[in-house]
Design a protein around this ligand. Structure first.
Ligand SMILES: [Zn+2]
Length: 410
C-alpha cells in the first residue's frame, strides 16, 4: 500500500517534470495577442458557424453525457458485475466479454444522438460519408476500442490474480510499456484501419514539402495522402512515426482545396511538432500517467466498500471490469482542462515554428481562415467548451498570436 502510494507520487512527479521541461510557458515571451474576430471573419461566416454549433452541440454533448452515464450505471452498481457473471467460460473470456458488453451497450445508448449529430454535419456539408460508411467507421472504432482496452484489462486482472499485493508495480510497468508500444503501433495498425494511404506522386508539391523538411533538418521518409474525402470535407495534416519511419500525412481534402503555399505552411506546423519531439514527449507523459493511473487504481480497489458495492470480490475477479472501465472513461474527462491547456501551448509553439520556417504571415492568416471556415470551427468558444474540448487555440487566437509574432520580429 505504502509503496504503491509512493510510486503514484513518483509517477506524478515524473509527469510534472516532463511537462515543465517540454511544454513552453509562455509560448511567445512579450506577446499580448488581441483577438479581433471581425477583422478576419465576415458576419455571415460567424453566423453560419454559430448556427452549426447551436445545432450540433446538443446531440454531440448529450451523446458524451449519455455514454458516461451508461458506463457509470454498469460500473457503479451491481448491474455490470451481474452481466459479467452471466458470460460463460474462463475469466479472460469474461473480462473481454465485459469490455465488449459495456462499450457496446454504451454505444447503443448514444446511437440516436450520434445519428442526429451526423445528420447536422451532413446538413452543413462537413460529412460526406454514406450511412453504410458511417456505420462501418462506428463498428471499426468500437472494435479498435474493445481490442485495445481488452489487452490492458486482461493484463491488469491477470496480474492482480497472480500478484495480489504487488500487481500495481507490474501493472504500472505494463501500462507504461503499452503506451510506448501503442504510440509506435498506432500509425502502423490503427490509422490504416480507417484510411487508405498513397504516396504523394512526384511533382512540385512533393519536392517543395521534402525540401521544406530538409531545410528544417527533420528527416522525413515519405509524404502520404489519406483518402479522408470519403467521410469528411474537413482539412487536416499530421506527422506520424519517429526517426526513419516519419511520414507527413495530408488529407486529400487539403490538397484539393488549399493552394500549395498554405499546404506548405500547414506541413511546416507539423514539422514543428516533429522537430520538438512533441509526440515523443507526449508519449513519455502518457507512459508515466498510465503508471500513475494503475497505482491509483490499485489504491482505490483496496477500498473494500467500493468493491462490495459493485459486487466484485477482488481486483483479480473479472466482475471488477465495469468499474475499471467507468474510471477509465471518467478520468480523461476530469483531466481534460489540464491536458488541453498543455496541448494548446504545444500547438501554439508549432504555429510559431511554421511562421519562423516560412516567414509568411499573409499565407498563415489565409490558411487559418480556410481551416476555420472549412472545418466550421468554433470561432468564439465559451470557457466551458474551450477548457473541455479545445486541444488547439481557436482560429482567431492563432491569427492574433501570429500578428504578435510579426510585431515582435520587427
Ligand atoms: Zn499541431
Amino acid at each position: 500500500m505504502k509503496l504503491a502510494a509512493l510510486a503514484l507520487v513518483g509517477c506524478l512527479v515524473a509527469v510534472a517534470v516532463t511537462i515543465v521541461l517540454t511544454v513552453p510557458f509562455p509560448v511567445l515571451p512579450g506577446a499580448h495577442p488581441h483577438v479581433d474576430l471581425l477583422r478576419d471573419f465576415a458576419p455571415a461566416e460567424i453566423a453560419r458557424e454559430r448556427a452549426y454549433h447551436a445545432a450540433v452541440r446538443p446531440p454531440a454533448y448529450f451523446s458524451l453525457l449519455v455514454g458516461v452515464l451508461a458506463v457509470a450505471l454498469l460500473g457503479l452498481t451491481r448491474l455490470g458485475s451481474r452481466l459479467v457473471a452471466a458470460v460463460p467460460g474462463h475469466w479472460t473470456v469474461k473480462a473481454v466479454g465485459a469490455v465488449a458488453l459495456v462499450f457496446a451497450l454504451s454505444q447503443l445508448a448514444t446511437l440516436p444522438l450520434d445519428i442526429q449529430a451526423e445528420r447536422v454535419q451532413r446538413r452543413y456539408g462537413l460529412s460526406t460519408s454514406s450511412w453504410s460508411g458511417w456505420t462501418d467507421d462506428l463498428l471499426r472504432g468500437l472494435g479498435v476500442r474493445v481490442v485495445m482496452t481488452s489487452l490492458v484489462v486482461v493484463a491488469v486482472v491477470g496480474l492482480a490474480r497472480r500478484f495480489p499485493a504487488t500487481w500495481w508495480a507490474w501493472g504500472g510497468m505494463t501500462a507504461a510499456v503499452l503506451v510506448l508500444l501503442g504510440s509506435f503501433v498506432y500509425p502502423i495498425v490503427v490509422e490504416p484501419a480507417f484510411n487508405h494511404f498513397t504516396s504523394l506522386p512526384a511533382g512540385q508539391l512533393r519536392t517543395d514539402l521534402l525540401q521544406l523538411a530538409a531545410k528544417d533538418s527533420v528527416p522525413v521518409k515519405d509524404v502520404l495522402v489519406a483518402d479522408a474525402s470519403r467521410r469528411t470535407t474537413a482539412l487536416n495534416a499530421y506527422v506520424s512515426g519517429f526517426g526513419s519511419t516519419r511520414r507527413i500525412v495530408l488529407y486529400d481534402t487539403l490538397i484539393k482545396t488549399a493552394p500549395p503555399a498554405e499546404v506548405e505552411l500547414i506541413v511546416a506546423h507539423e514539422l514543428g511538432h516533429a522537430k520538438r519531439q512533441d509526440v515523443l514527449h507526449g508519449t513519455v507523459i502518457g507512459a508515466f500517467g498510465a503508471g500513475a493511473g494503475i497505482c491509483a487504481l490499485f489504491l482505490l480497489l483496496t477500498w473494500a466498500p467500493l468493491l462490495r458495492r459493485v459486487g466484485a470480490p477482488s481486483p483479480g475477479d473479472p466482475r471488477v471490469v465495469p468499474l475499471v472501465l467507468f474510471l477509465a472513461v471518467l478520468t480523461p474527462l476530469l483531466i481534460a482542462p489540464m491536458t488541453n491547456l498543455l496541448s494548446r501551448h504545444i500547438e501554439a509553439r508549432a504555429d510559431l515554428h511554421s511562421l519562423d520556417l516560412t516567414g509568411d504571415l499573409d499565407t498563415y492568416v489565409a490558411s487559418q481562415r480556410r481551416l476555420s471556415t472549412t472545418n466550421l470551427s468554433d470561432l468564439d468558444p465559451n470557457p466551458f467548451v474551450y477548457n473541455l474540448f479545445f486541444t488547439h487555440p481557436s482560429g482567431p487566437q492563432r491569427i492574433a498570436l501570429a500578428r504578435e509574432w510579426e510585431r515582435l520580429r520587427r
